[in-house]
Design a protein around this ligand. Structure first.
Ligand code: NDP
Ligand code: 5RP
Length: 484
């Protein structure tokens, strides 16, 4: 399909990038009454979009960036929805070239938050506004209502907020969109959302693997267990789609599709970014890290091949009470999930302090209740926890979650112990339990590490019985100690 060049200033907003997300976001905007300019690097994609959806609502197609920008009514709002990194820089620079002071560039891709900080400064120096907005919900979410996490200035949100809120998912009538904080705050929160997504997917996968390996259940049988769990406190989009994936039978072979899919999990990088940043901030996000590493381990083909003949020396007893084991696994999944979210919120808390963002954690949980990939009943509970106490130092310590963890601990320990004895790898179940035990420990062996550090490197230590910083002269007779 070919189309005419647009008339100037005939669109309220524009979306550049007609891939999976951009095309659906454009349709969502147009359905909500915004005249929407559409553009793409390869013009065939815009033509294809117009051929398929041009009649749905008011779209203003363009052949190139100059046309795209001129079709926007001033002050212009141009949304970028392309690959993160160099592609986003290229589109932003091209947009900026055709824009005027006061116009707004919005990046809705999965950009690294530090890139967003840099881009905002770059645009600001040219009199333009730049807003990095995380968007989650995949193809369906983009079309029918995603969760939107915008950063940028409050003034930009005054302009964009009504549009974003209109197209976002709604839960209890509330939009799944809030002004997260300034500059890169929106993309930061989206990055942590994705890190949590990795952990959430991994704990579900570990539960599936335990039910498969320890009970010998088929994919179809496990699907029904997940469908039942979806009616409990675990109710969530990811549990729901897990049942759907497990139910799928390959038409060609009659085998459950999951048993035919190669067991190597891919990643585009947002989990890795979350872990890299957590290391920078010194926030232990063990669940997210283990989930990210688990994807890496699954893809370590040569190493897996080389290790295939190792004897596992695993126990070989069978589960006698299957129903009890299934409930134990459900509780272990729930407890591990609480740990993953608690750690993710710790990272957001520390980032807000470090980067100077005023992030309302209750609002973050609120806008994750709908539209996004990690949407879950559970997020309503997190919202309430932060509403009860906006200064909550640890999500797991909220009265509701503490009681739930307490109830789940015996099952959690049984499951992790069983998995270890029988050689079923459960990195997030296990490491989350370890993290829980570390947090509740009266005393940690970190004291010994401080002693070792002081021994080999005079790195000093503090004492429990008096103030100050100390060093022992380990090599000297009598090993005297002095205050450093
Ligand atoms: N898919 C998903 O579920 C989600 C994706 N995202 C994020 O949304 C963004 C878009 O993803 P998605 O729609 O899935 O991607 P697609 O692969 O479907 O589309 C990619 C788009 O990027 C454009 N593009 C790529 N390189 C360049 C470049 N150098 N210059 C200009 N345009 C370029 C492509 O244009 P062309 O047609 O010319 O190649 C195309 O329009 C990404 O940042 C992604 O991380 C966010 C949430 C969910
Ligand atoms: O942002 C998303 C959902 O919120 C994307 O689906 C994300 O790109 C998926 O990440 P990965 O490919 O690394 O699993």
């Amino acid at each position: 399909m070919s189309f005419n060049s647009p008339q100037p200033a005939t669109a309220d907003i524009g979306v550049y990038g007609m891939g999976v997300m951009g095309s659906n976001l454009a349709r969502n905007l147009a359905r909500n009454g915004y005249r929407t300019a559409v553009g793409n690097r390869s013009v065939e994609r815009t033509a294809d979009f117009m051929g398929k959806h041009g009649e749905e609502a008011v779209f203003v197609p363009s052949h190139n960036m100059a046309e795209f920008i001129s079709s926007l009514e001033p002050p212009r709002v141009g949304i970028i929805m392309v690959q993160a990194g160099a592609a986003t820089d290229a589109v932003m620079e091209s947009m900026a070239e055709h824009m005027e002071a006061g116009d707004i560039i919005v990046d809705c891709g999965n950009s690294l938050f530090s890139d967003t900080v840099r881009r905002e400064a770059w645009c600001s120096a040219r009199g333009l506004h730049f807003v990095g907005a995380g968007v989650s919900g995949g193809e369906e979410g983009a079309l029918w209502g995603p969760s939107i996490m915008p950063g940028g200035t409050p003034e930009s949100y005054d302009r964009l907020g009504p549009m974003f809120e209109a197209i976002s998912a709604k839960v209890d009538g509330e939009p799944c969109c809030t002004h997260v904080g300034t500059d890169g705050a929106g993309h930061f929160v989206k990055m942590v959302h994705n890190g949590i997504e990795y952990a959430d997917m991994q704990v579900i996968a570990e539960a599936y693997d335990l039910l498969k390996q320890r009970l010998g259940l088929s994919a179809g049988e496990i699907a029904e267990i997940f469908a039942a769990w979806n009616e409990t406190e675990l109710g969530s989009y990811l549990i729901e789609i897990t049942a759907e994936v497990l139910r799928q039978v390959d038409a060609e072979t009659g085998t459950p599709l999951v048993d035919l899919i190669v067991d190597r999990a891919s990643q585009k990088g947002t989990g890795k970014w979350t872990v890299q940043n957590a290391l920078d901030l010194a926030v232990p996000v063990t669940a997210i890290a283990e989930a990210t590493m688990a994807r890496g381990a699954s893809s370590a083909t040569e190493q897996r091949q080389a290790a295939r003949t190792f004897a596992g020396h695993t126990a070989n007893d069978e589960i006698t009470n299957k129903e009890a084991f299934i409930e134990d696994v459900r509780q272990a999944l729930y407890a591990s999930k609480i740990v993953a979210y608690s750690q993710g919120f710790d990272q957001i808390t520390e980032a807000a302090k470090t980067y100077g963002w005023d992030i309302n954690r209750a609002n973050v949980a609120r806008i994750w209740r709908g539209g996004c990939i990690i949407r879950a009943v559970f997020l309503g509970d997190i919202t309430e926890a932060y509403e009860r106490n906006s200064e909550l130092p640890l999500l797991m310590a909220d009265e509701n979650f503490a009681a739930k963890i307490d109830a789940a601990v015996p099952a959690w320990r049984r499951v992790v112990a069983d998995a270890v004895l029988h050689g079923v790898p459960t990195p997030v179940f296990s490491s989350s339990l370890v993290y829980f035990d570390m947090l509740r420990a009266k005393r940690l062996p970190a004291a010994l590490i401080q002693g070792q550090r002081d021994f080999f490197g005079a790195h000093t230590y503090q004492r429990t019985d008096k103030e100050g910083t100390f060093h022992t002269f380990w090599a000297e007779p009598g090993r005297p100690e002095e205050e450093a």
